[in-house]
Design a protein around this ligand. Structure first.
Ligand SMILES: NC(=O)c1ccc[n+]([C@@H]2O[C@H](COP(=O)([O-])OP(=O)(O)OC[C@H]3O[C@@H](n4cnc5c(N)ncnc54)[C@H](O)[C@@H]3O)[C@@H](O)[C@H]2O)c1
Length: 391
C-alpha cells in the first residue's frame, strides 16, 4: 500500500461530483505513488451535505470549510465552489500547509488571483493547481506534443470557441453564474477561460494583447423557487433578478510567438450544448479538436505529397497516446469525466515528485490577467489592450 493522501473537498454539486468521481477512480486505473483517501466533504447545509458525502464516497463532513482546511488528516484541499470563495479558501489552506486544487477561473478578480499566486509562491513545498480540466483530454495533450515536436511548424493562427446554449431561453432561471458578485464574469470567465488556457497550452505561447467585445442579451431572469441545487422551478409569477455578467464574448488576441488568435465564448449558441473547437494552423500543418468528437484529433501534415495530403482523424485511444493503456482497450471511448481523473493523476504524481504540475496558480493568475484585459478592452470600444505582465 502506498502512503495516503488525505483529501478534503469543498462543494458537492457539479464539480463536486466530477472531482469525487476522479478521487474514487484515479488510483484504481493508474499506478499512483500516493493513495487518495476521501477524508472529508465541506458544505453549509448539514442534511444535504451528509447525503452528498454518502452518495459521493466521503467519510466525514464539515459544515465550515475553515475547520476542514486545518484538519490533521487532510493533506490536500480541493475547491469546487463558486469563484467568490476561491481566494479565501485556497489561501487559508496553503497557510495551514495543505496542497490545493482549485477550480477555474482561479478567482473573480486579478487582485484575488495575485494574492493566491503569491500565497502559493510563499509555500514552494506545496502544490497549488488550477482546475483547467480540458487540458487533460488525450487529444489536447497529443496536440501539445505535436506542436512541441514541430509537426505543424510556426503557429500562425488559433481559432478557439466554447459554445453553449443553456441561457439562450430568456426564461432560463437565474443562477449564481449570472451574478458578477459570485461568478466574477459570465461566459468570459466560466467558459472563455477554458479556451484561453487551451490555446496557450497547445501553442506554448501566451495571449499578450486583445481587442474584445462582450454582450448581455438577456438582462434579467426569473428566480427559481429553489436557488440551491437542481429542481428549482420558475413560473409566470417568479420574481426577476438582474443579470450582471456577459452572456457572450468575442475577441482577437496576439500570441507571444507572433500568431493571431480568435476567441469566442457564448451561452447563446442554440444547439451547441457544450462544444469546444480548437484549430491551430502552423507553417507546416494544422491541428483541429472538437469536444463533440473528443476521442479524436485532426492533423493535416503539409509536408506530405499533395496528392494524398488531407486531414487525418487520429483515434487517440491507443496505449501510445497520452493517458492511454490505463483505461479500456483501444477504440473504447473516453468521456468528459476522464479528464478530471487525469487531473488527479497528474496532481498526485506531482505532489509525490515535489514538482508543480501545470496549470499552477501562477498559470491561473496569468489567464485571469487575459480575462481582465478582455473586460478593459470591451469597456473601451474594443481598443487594443495589452495583457498586463503583473497585477
Ligand atoms: N473544470 C470545469 O470544466 C468546470 C466545470 C464547471 C464548473 N467549474 C468551476 O467549478 C466551480 C464550481 O462550479 P459548479 O458548477 O460545481 O457549481 P455548483 O453550483 O454546481 O456547485 C457549487 C457548490 O459550492 C457550494 N458552495 C457555495 N458557496 C459555498 C461556501 N461559501 N461554502 C461552502 N460551499 C459553498 C454549493 O453549496 C455547491 O455545493 C466554479 O469555479 C466553476 O467555474 C469548472
Amino acid at each position: 500500500m502506498t502512503p495516503r493522501l488525505g483529501v478534503g473537498m469543498v462543494g458537492y454539486a457539479f464539480m463536486g461530483a466530477a472531482h469525487s468521481q476522479a478521487w474514487r477512480t484515479a488510483h484504481r486505473f493508474f499506478e499512483l505513488p500516493l493513495t487518495p483517501v476521501m477524508v472529508v466533504l465541506g458544505g453549509r447545509t448539514p442534511d444535504a451535505l451528509r447525503a452528498a458525502a454518502e452518495r459521493l464516497g466521503w467519510a466525514d463532513v464539515e459544515t465550515d470549510w475553515r475547520r476542514l482546511v486545518v484538519r490533521d488528516d487532510v493533506d490536500l484541499v480541493d475547491i469546487g465552489t463558486p469563484g467568490d470563495t476561491h481566494a479565501e479558501i485556497a489561501i487559508a489552506a496553503l497557510a495551514a500547509g495543505k496542497h490545493v486544487l482549485c477550480e477555474k477561473p482561479l478567482a473573480n478578480t486579478v487582485a484575488e488571483a495575485a494574492a493566491m499566486a503569491a500565497a502559493a509562491a510563499e509555500h514552494p513545498e506545496l502544490v497549488a493547481m488550477t482546475g483547467f480540466s480540458y487540458r487533460r483530454m488525450p487529444a489536447i495533450q497529443l496536440a501539445r506534443r505535436l506542436v512541441e515536436q514541430g509537426r505543424i511548424g510556426t503557429v500562425r493562427h488559433v481559432r478557439a470557441q466554447y459554445l453553449q446554449d443553456w441561457l439562450a431561453d430568456p426564461q432560463a432561471p437565474w443562477v449564481w453564474r449570472v451574478d458578477r458578485e459570485q461568478a466574477g464574469s459570465g461566459a468570459l470567465g466560466d467558459i472563455g477561460a477554458h479556451v484561453v488556457d487551451l490555446a496557450q497550452f497547445v501553442t506554448g505561447q501566451t495571449v499578450d494583447g486583445v481587442s474584445a467585445m462582450l454582450d448581455t442579451f438577456v438582462t434579467e431572469r426569473p428566480v427559481p423557487s429553489s436557488l440551491h441545487g437542481p429542481g428549482g422551478t420558475v413560473g409566470a409569477d417568479s420574481p426577476m433578478r438582474p443579470v450582471t455578467v456577459d452572456d457572450a464574448v468575442a475577441f482577437l488576441g496576439r500570441l507571444s510567438g507572433g500568431g493571431m488568435a480568435v476567441f469566442e465564448a457564448t451561452r447563446f449558441a442554440w444547439g451547441r450544448r457544450n462544444q469546444i473547437r480548437l484549430e491551430v494552423n502552423g507553417s507546416a500543418g494544422s491541428l483541429a479538436f472538437d469536444l463533440e468528437d473528443m476521442n479524436a484529433l485532426s492533423f493535416f501534415d503539409a509536408t506530405e505529397p499533395v496528392e494524398t495530403a488531407g486531414f487525418r482523424r487520429i483515434d487517440v485511444t491507443q496505449p501510445q497516446h497520452p493517458y492511454g493503456g490505463s483505461w479500456w482497450p483501444a477504440g473504447h471511448a473516453l468521456g468528459y469525466e476522464h479528464a478530471f481523473t487525469h487531473q488527479v493523476v497528474d496532481l498526485v504524481r506531482g505532489i509525490a515528485a515535489h514538482e508543480h504540475p501545470a496549470p499552477t496558480f501562477a498559470d491561473g493568475f496569468q489567464v485571469q490577467r487575459v480575462l481582465a484585459a478582455v473586460e478593459r478592452s470591451a469597456a473601451d470600444d474594443s481598443r487594443w489592450t495589452p495583457v498586463e505582465a503583473t497585477a
